[in-house]
Design a protein around this ligand. Structure first.
Ligand SMILES: Cc1cc2nc3c(=O)[nH]c(=O)nc-3n(C[C@H](O)[C@H](O)[C@H](O)COP(=O)(O)OP(=O)(O)OC[C@H]3O[C@@H](n4cnc5c(N)ncnc54)[C@H](O)[C@@H]3O)c2cc1C
Length: 535
């Protein structure tokens, strides 16, 4: 069964089989209630058929009915992306802004017909991959008079594999697991694993410049794109397959990160790799956050390119890896298809120790292709299980407000950057959620010239007041990132959520150039209005 065979959950990440059971939700609520000394009952999940939607404002002409629908369930499951505040609204039955129709084109002719139909009638058109956007990228704008969500789910094939150049041609709607399953018999992998991998698509990754979970080298989807094919209301936009080129600004660079505002990506060629076989992992403990960060900088600057080089601050290392709340944990991992990784991990660990890190030799795990359970025990294993086990549905509606924000800055700006962000966001957290609030940080990616810190916050918010409290925290977080010289997003994308912050970060003239580009490709402004650019 492909992942596509199941219906998407309307109130949590993933599919119906990803939804936690009533029993699991009650157990988590009881746990939380014990911690907070209060009564907590998880809210009832509404029956999808009972959710109230406004009448569709678009009548689907009979010639499109084979792939365009006003079906109730389809409109419900395409109303929201994957941000916790959206999922909370869904759980509470708030479906005030559903799409009027949902299209599932089965080929490029139907894709063209759908986009022309939207353009001719002035319908807002929302390209949709897996719907995991956490930045309001797939929602119907509240002021839009009519909207069609264009789901690429039927364009989900591997069209070609070029073994010689090691690249593949994929339709945009293919989901992560289906893509990897198709490559496995050839011993190949895309090796792009965002945390949302099971539910997100090639088209979504390219449209949002997604970041995979590898910390260095070849981890952003940008690194793998060889060429793209995109349909805009003005026409097709297709680039040539090239391993590299110095010919002017790159057409692919316009498509990658365009977030559905310039056209609908229908397919792309992506660079592939041999599946890794050799692995090595170590978890190194530091007495403080600062000493661990310094060690990470020195390791990444050796250009050993570890697949994993993640530091957890004392709060995260305490909560998720069993450390004492003062120490931080650096997780180092290497992998390769061809070369044993024992030497690389030895060099990285030597640098880690030089900067005050503690690890016993026997805790360095080297797998020379024999399938060791690499790094599955101790603090590294504990953290890995906590990371994989995250499920938004377990805590939804319990009054616990949690979210993350991610950024990047140069090493010379760190740790002042961190102190600035923590001071400002910490203050709003305390003002809004008091003693219950926590703020923590880890690096998801590291570069020789700077880290990509990923902040998480949580706290107890009065039920019903979560969205307003979240707004205050988010505004301060975004402002603090811009003011401190970072980026408003390192990999979660801009969407509508970060459009204002991004306008403060980029050169003003660049915004004008993008608007002019949009006016050429989408002259009626039907594609994702409000995403990336306020026009
Ligand atoms: C639990 C969770 C974990 C996540 N982890 C990560 C992570 O590790 N790294 C990361 O980068 N992101 C992460 N995200 C964010 C999200 O998964 C990414 O932005 C992902 O790339 C979106 O892919 P999608 O197929 O779900 O696209 P969607 O959510 O459907 O769409 C995202 C945006 O792209 C546009 N779009 C989608 N398909 C196309 C297309 N074919 N042509 C043109 N525009 C299109 C949409 O209009 C929208 O604006 C996470 C989200 C969740 C919920």
């Amino acid at each position: 069964m492909t992942a596509r065979a199941e219906r998407r959950s309307f109130w949590t990440w993933g599919y119906l089989s990803d939804e936690p059971t009533e029993k699991e939700r009650i157990a988590v609520a009881k746990n939380l209630a014990r911690r907070l000394g209060t009564e907590i009952t998880p809210p009832r999940v509404p029956d999808i058929s009972q959710l109230k939607l406004r009448n569709p404002r678009i009548a689907v002409p009979s010639k499109y009915k084979a792939w365009v629908t006003n079906d109730h369930n389809d409109r419900v499951t395409h109303t929201y992306g994957g941000h916790p505040i959206e999922l909370l609204a869904a759980l509470r039955g708030d479906f005030r802004h559903p799409p009027d129709a949902v299209a599932h084109p089965r080929n490029e002719d139907e894709l063209e017909a759908t986009l022309s139909w939207c353009d001719d009638n002035g319908y807002t058109a929302i390209p949709y991959g897996g719907g995991t956007s956490v930045v309001w990228g797939v929602n119907v704008p509240h002021d839009s008079a009519s909207a069609v969500t264009i789901d690429l789910d039927n364009l989900n094939n591997v069209l070609e594999i070029d073994d010689v150049s090691r690249a593949g041609r994929f339709q945009a709607g293919i989901l992560g697991p289906d893509l990897e399953a198709a490559l496995r018999p050839n011993g190949l992998t895309l090796r792009h694993f965002p945390q949302s991998f099971p539910w997100s698509t090639v088209g979504g990754w390219v449209a949002t410049r997604s970041g995979g979970h590898y910390a260095t080298n070849g981890t952003h989807i940008d690194d793998f794109v060889e060429s793209t094919r995109m349909l805009s209301p003005t026409g097709w936009f297709e680039s040539r397959r090239l391993p590299g080129s110095g010919a002017g600004p790159s057409p692919d660079r316009l498509v990658i990160g365009s977030e559905g505002t310039l056209g609908i990506i229908s397919e792309c060629w992506l660079r592939l790799q041999k599946r890794p076989r050799y692995r090595a992992t170590a978890g190194v403990i530091y007495p403080s956050w600062d000493s661990g960060c310094t060690a990470v900088r020195h390791i990444v600057q050796t250009k050993l390119w570890p697949a994993n080089l993640r530091i957890l601050d004392p709060v995260e290392a305490g909560n998720n890896a069993g450390l004492d709340g003062k120490q931080s944990l650096v997780i180092i991992g290497f992998e390769s298809a061809d070369v044993p990784q024992g030497e690389n991990i030895a060099v990285a660990v030597a640098i880690a120790r030089e900067y005050g890190g503690v690890i016993a030799d026997e805790d360095i795990v080297v797998d020379n292709g024999q399938g060791n359970t690499t790094g599955r025990t101790g603090p590294v294993g504990a953290w890995r299980s906590a990371f994989i086990g995250v499920n938004a549905g377990l805590t939804a509606g319990l009054g616990l407000l949690t979210d993350t924000f991610e950024t990047a800055t140069t090493w010379n700006n760190w740790p002042n950057f961190d102190a600035h962000v923590r001071e400002r966001v910490g203050r709003v957290l305390r003002e809004t959620m008091g003693e219950s609030a926590t703020l923590s940080c880890r690096f998801t990616h590291v570069y020789p010239d700077g880290p990509a810190p990923y902040y998480s916050f949580s706290g107890v918010a009065p039920r019903g007041g979560e969205a307003e409290i979240w707004r205050q925290i988010k505004e301060e977080a975004t402002a603090s990132l811009v003011d401190a010289g970072g980026t408003v997003t390192h990999h979660h994308a801009v969407g509508r959520m970060h459009a204002r912050g991004w306008s403060q970060q980029r050169p003003p003239l660049f915004g004008d150039v993008l608007k002019a580009t949009k006016a050429t490709l989408d002259p009626n402004g039907i594609l994702n209005p409000g995403v990336l650019l306020k026009i």
